[in-house]
Ligand binder design. Structure first.
Ligand code: HEM
Length: 418
């Protein structure tokens, strides 16, 4: 894989630009590459890459066009990531979930799981999530430098996931481990050292733990947690008999709710430190928090891309896409589109149209957990501003080489209580 630094943006021939290189996200140097694509070729073809040939769709408008045209742009045909679905060996379970299904199968399954994150259920969860957030914040090491990602972002999402699944609370970090593992594919992370057989074994361990949970929960009266909801819904009550479906859906919910929210929490702290005027706006008016949450999700864009496969020939943005072509919607780029978001690289917590972001996708696959994520972020920031004048970033931020999840590994911070 060739390494191109940001300084090469203008000198690289358009047809050679490869925005899928994981190091662009590790170095946080992706912005000018996408700015060039949006300007010169919002539907751009790369003939050769480690992920084969693919189209990049980079403008806000065209991303929405692809995402809403699910008849032509399939999630089922080739999966949802730029890397093709990975099969370890024949007879090994790969995990199938509704995010990789087309209609009508997709909606049937989605409808079965969706009530677990509907507003009524979220209202039930809110007090518990707030209590768990407060507990984290009250126990942070004031006066010391610590990694915000480990102590807050990961811990809070692990607690939320354990709550959502009714998973044993003491073992909640297992959920984080499995989620990290599920997205650890060399073509995504650029890390060839991953032992894919070991990864497979560990994921089977996840499946086994959830089978156990399923059996136990099946003997209890219906409750608000996800596993119980799956058991008591006609569409999904026998999901445990289909290993593909079982592992796939469990992983979808763990990954969906884990990395994304975690990185929004970390990204928010980075953004407020980068733009101290915005931090001051927040202190002056905590009523801005709901809008700020949308803006943080836009600014961070935790899911970098989603991929589709064209089922038929179609024209898009003046380009001719052929049946079978891989089409990648770069949400990070859509959310930096100046035509929609003036001064798009800046976090502006009272940005009037922050909610117009595409970080949750669009159309039938639009993020099922978006309200849960927003609720979590809102609660966290409400409780942070009550306690701390500043969560100060005091060192270098470390990011992950991943072109699917915009991952943040280390944010060294110091707290300044009110
Ligand atoms: C800030 C946090 C989050 C972001 C940015 C995010 C982003 C996304 C994106 C981009 C998609 C695909 C949309 C598309 O293809 O059009 C998606 C789908 C999904 N997300 Fe999220 N997500 C977040 C949090 C969550 C949470 C907390 C859950 C919890 C359960 C969740 C569960 C799902 C599920 C189940 C799907 C599949 C929906 C479908 O295929 O119908 N997400 N998410």
């Amino acid at each position: 894989m060739s390494i191109k630094e940001t300084s090469d943006v203008d000198s690289t021939p358009l047809e050679e630009i490869d925005v899928s290189r994981p190091e662009l996200f590790q170095n946080d140097s992706w912005q000018p590459w996408f700015a060039r694509l949006r300007k010169e070729a919002p539907v751009h073809y790369l003939a050769d890459s480690v992920n084969g040939p693919f189209w990049s769709v980079s403008s806000h408008q065209l991303i929405k066009e692809v995402d809403t045209n699910n008849k032509v742009f399939s999630s089922e045909k080739g999966g949802i990531a730029i890397v093709d679905p990975y099969v370890v060996e024949e007879n090994q379970i790969q995990g199938q979930s509704f995010i990789t299904l087309d209609e009508p199968k997709h909606m049937k399954q989605r409808m079965a799981v969706a009530p677990s994150v509907a507003p009524k259920n979220l209202a039930e969860l809110e007090p518990l999530i707030r209590e768990r957030a407060i507990d984290i914040l009250e126990n942070l090491p004031v006066g010391e430098t610590f990694n915000w990602v480990q102590e807050v972002s990961i811990e809070l999402t692990a607690r939320m996931l354990a709550t959502l699944f009714g998973f044993p609370y003491e073992e909640r970090r297992q959920l984080v481990y499995w989620s990290d593992l599920a997205t650890a594919v060399p073509e995504v992370t650029g890390d060839d050292s991953i032992d894919m057989n070991k990864r497979y074994e560990e994921l089977m361990g996840a499946a086994a733990a959830f089978y156990q949970l399923w059996v136990a929960r099946a003997q209890e009266p219906p409750s608000f947690d996800l596993i119980s909801m799956l058991i008591h819904n006609e569409e999904t009550s026998r999901m445990n008999e289909d290993p593909e479906l079982f592992l796939g859906n469990i992983l979808l919910l763990i990954v969906g709710g884990n990395d994304t929210t975690r990185n929004s929490i970390s990204g928010g702290v980075i953004g407020l430190n980068k733009y101290p005027d915005e931090y001051q706006k927040l202190r002056d008016n905590p009523g801005l928090i709901p809008n700020m949450v949308s803006e943080m999700v836009r600014w961070q864009t935790p899911v970098i891309h989603m991929r589709r496969t064209a089922l038929e020939d179609i024209e898009l943005g003046g380009q001719q896409i052929k049946a079978g072509d891989k089409v990648v919607m770069w949400y990070v780029s859509g959310n930096r589109d100046e035509a929609v978001f003036p001064d798009a690289d800046k976090l502006i917590i009272d940005r009037p149209n922050a909610r117009a972001h595409v970080a949750f996708g669009f159309g039938v696959h639009r993020c099922m957990g978006n309200r849960l994520a927003e609720m979590q972020l809102r609660i966290l920031w409400e409780e942070i501003v009550k306690r701390f004048h500043t969560v100060e970033v005091v060192g270098d931020v470390e990011r992950l080489p991943n072109n699917f999840i915009r991952g943040i590994k280390d944010v060294p911070v110091r707290l300044h209580p009110i």
